[in-house]
Design a binder for this molecule. Structure first.
Ligand code: NAD
Length: 332
């Protein structure tokens, strides 16, 4: 029987990367019943909201979505659709693998780490207001439940994937209540996982260490804001945003998407790098229990990148989005 999966093409360059990922998934032979749903700014006119009820209902039914990036207006306008999805489906764990692939020019080799980012709390809870005309306030919200479940997710993931170390990233020296609680809970839960090494780092020092010796890190456990920033920094270590896949895992579903935005500057030009979206689809296949197909996709991407004959412009090549996807299919 085919797996039902909600497919959201997204804004800007989203449709191009999602089409590429869909083609690659279909080439694995795993049967997927794609249920195309819509989200984004254009939906406001059609449905009155950027995340229509129909789309939420589809994800509720399938429990799984593959999505392209969705544009969010800066400063004003509607709240991020991504944040709303994470809250609606309680997608509390954002998992972002960061890996060096042979053939991708970067300053480093041997990076193989995973950023595990808390996805629903912190400054992203959206509790902010203008106190008066000249004073703005945003609440940094951490709950014990939120800290505990993301920490357990990180350790369980480390055990499942045969990883060695979890590093808790925080700023507990300054934010003693919020980050202090996050660190205390991580230290406590670490005791339940004696086979996994545990350490911690203040976020600013972590950034320095990551650009000096990223190969030393394994699983980074981060609150929402630091996880967002650190994972883009990490993407920069391995070839840029086009190389960063992600999974949002939660109580009521799982959504897989590239970490990059809608790249409006290159939208519609068939030149965006679809690797991040293809690797997100590989994570989705693993989540569906299709480990062989998931590995097949990742290995094909690695092969095409290593050969270096078909490369998109961000990686110094001339290939189109479609040509890259076709090369991955051929490599499978
Ligand atoms: P962006 O990631 O869209 O683009 C930043 C730069 O990187 C651009 O020059 C772009 O062309 C380039 N780039 C990004 N992905 C690439 C790829 N795969 N291949 C080649 N080049 C790539 O970031 P932005 O410009 O800050 O954001 C644009 C919009 O996307 C905003 O509205 C933002 O809110 C939204 N956004 C959405 C998501 C999401 O849906 N998960 C994530 C981040 C940003």
């Amino acid at each position: 029987m085919a797996y039902p999966v909600t497919l959201i093409y997204g804004d800007g360059s989203g449709p191009e990367v999602v089409a590429a990922a869909r083609k690659v998934v279909e080439a694995t032979g795993v049967a997927i019943d794609w249920q195309v749903a819509e989200a984004g700014a254009a939906m406001i006119e059609k449905y009155g909201a950027p995340l229509p009820e129909e789309t939420k209902a589809s994800i509720r039914k399938t429990g799984i979505a593959l999505k392209g990036p969705i544009a969010t207006p800066i400063g004003t306008g509607f709240r991020s659709v991504n944040v709303e999805m994470r809250k609606t489906f309680d997608l509390y764990a954002n998992m972002r693998p960061v890996k060096t692939y042979a053939g991708v020019d970067g300053k480093f080799s041997g990076i193989d780490l995973v950023v595990v980012r808390e996805n629903t709390e912190d400054l992203y809870a959206g509790i902010e207001r203008m106190v008066d005309e000249d004073t703005a306030e945003s609440i940094k919200l951490f709950t014990r439940k939120g800290c505990e479940r993301i920490t357990r997710f990180a350790f369980d993931f480390a055990v499942r994937e045969g990883r060695k170390k979890v590093t808790c990233v925080h700023k507990a020296n300054i934010m003693k209540c919020t980050d202090g609680m996050f660190l205390d809970i991580a230290r406590e839960i670490a005791k339940d996982y004696p086979t996994i090494e545990f350490d911690d780092s203040i976020v600013d020092a972590m950034c320095m260490r990551l650009v000096m010796f990223p190969e030393k890190y394994d699983v980074l456990l981060c609150p929402n804001l630091y996880g967002d920033i650190v994972s883009d920094l990490c993407a920069g270590l391995v070839g840029g945003l086009g190389m960063g896949p992600s999974a949002n895992i939660g109580v009521d579903g799982a959504i897989f998407e590239p970490i990059h935005g809608s790249a409006p500057d290159i939208a519609g030009q068939n030149k965006i790098n679809p690797t991040a979206c293809i690797l997100s689809a590989s994570l989705m296949l693993a989540h569906l229990g299709e480990a062989k197909a998931s590995a097949q996709v990742e290995q094909a991407v690695a092969k095409v990148l290593a050969e270096g004959k078909v490369r998109t412009q961000d990686l110094g090549g001339t290939a189109t989005t479609e040509e890259f996807a076709n090369a991955v299919v051929a490599a499978m």
